[in-house]
Design a protein around this ligand. Structure first.
Ligand SMILES: NC(=O)c1ccc[n+]([C@@H]2O[C@H](COP(=O)([O-])OP(=O)(O)OC[C@H]3O[C@@H](n4cnc5c(N)ncnc54)[C@H](OP(=O)(O)O)[C@@H]3O)[C@@H](O)[C@H]2O)c1
Length: 251
């Protein structure tokens, strides 16, 4: 991949573990200057001297602005951002705790908005750059136990669709990354079978490939994505019958 990528400087959030970590490492190995953010400084430092570790809590909007200023003074203008910081925990109908819902929205959705708001003005002024964020195939449809997580990912897909046309007119690319199940600390807590489970190395490879190809939506694995997109189009009685059988194993 070395030498063939269209970016000089990338900022990856959620880069201490999982998909973000692999994206940071693969971009760095390909010769891109990489800044990696997450809350765990120790894990970021373990990425090696070639990656600039920028500790950050994405729920802090002012800290996101400071992070952009620091990265651009150290590495130059950021021309690729992959906002991957995110969290997940299941909810059931017996535990509808608003604090839990708010926390997930603050991290997954507002975390992206905070980073975006800090970085976009510079890209618009330069009329160049690529802004992307990791949503999920869980944003396509409402899934059992994902009542707190799914809406944050649906919102991120909608955010990308909303911004794409105007950003494009200003010379800035916007894209959304929708992975299926990837083997990371985030999914390690799942006690159910995860169809089409991928390794984070493969998810990162497909992410970078899709972004470099200039796709608006980078979604994988393809078969799982196609199934979920087809399910989304079903009439609701059929949709709920299918979900009950496939996910709740009832009905
Ligand atoms: N794994 C999957 O199957 C899957 C599928 C679809 C979408 N996704 C999405 O992909 C992204 C990466 O997930 P992953 O599976 O790689 O999970 P992961 O290994 O748990 O990584 C999550 C990352 O987000 C960081 N993070 C969490 N809260 C943060 C905060 N407030 N500020 C800054 N960083 C924060 C974590 O680092 P610290 O704890 O050090 O802050 C970590 O680096 C997430 O947005 C997730 O929703 C994952």
């Amino acid at each position: 991949m070395a030498g063939s990528l269209p970016w000089k400087t990338a900022w990856i959030t959620g880069a201490s573990t999982g998909i973000g970590r692999e994206v940071a490492l693969q971009l760095s190995a390909a010769g891109v200057r990489v800044a990696a953010s997450a809350r765990s400084a120790e894990k970021l430092n373990a990425l090696g001297a070639g990656v600039l570790a920028v500790q950050l809590d994405v729920t802090d909007a002012a800290a996101c602005r400071s992070a952009v200023a620091l990265i651009e003074s150290e590495l130059g203008p950021i021309d690729l951002a992959v906002f991957g910081a995110g969290t997940y925990s299941p909810v059931t109908t017996d535990e509808l705790n608003p604090t839990h819902f708010a926390h997930m929205m603050e991290t997954n959705y507002m975390g992206v908005v905070n980073c975006l708001a800090a970085l976009a003005p510079g890209m618009i002024a330069r009329r160049s750059g690529h802004l992307s964020w990791i949503a999920s195939v869980a944003g396509y449809i409402g899934l059992p136990k994902a009542a707190a997580y799914g809406p944050t990912k649906a919102a991120l897909i909608n955010l990308a669709e909303s911004l794409y046309p105007e950003m494009r007119a200003k010379g800035v690319s916007v894209s959304v990354i929708n992975p299926g199940f990837v083997e990371t600390p985030l999914t390690a807590q799942n006690d159910f079978e995860m169809p089409f489970l991928m390794k984070p190395e493969e998810a990162a490879r497909r992410t970078i490939e899709g972004l470099a190809a200039g796709r608006f939506e980078v979604a994988y694995p393809r078969r799982f994505v196609a199934i979920l997109k087809a399910v989304r189009l079903l009439p609701y009685p059929l949709f709920f019958r299918l979900i009950a059988r496939a996910v709740l194993k009832s009905g």
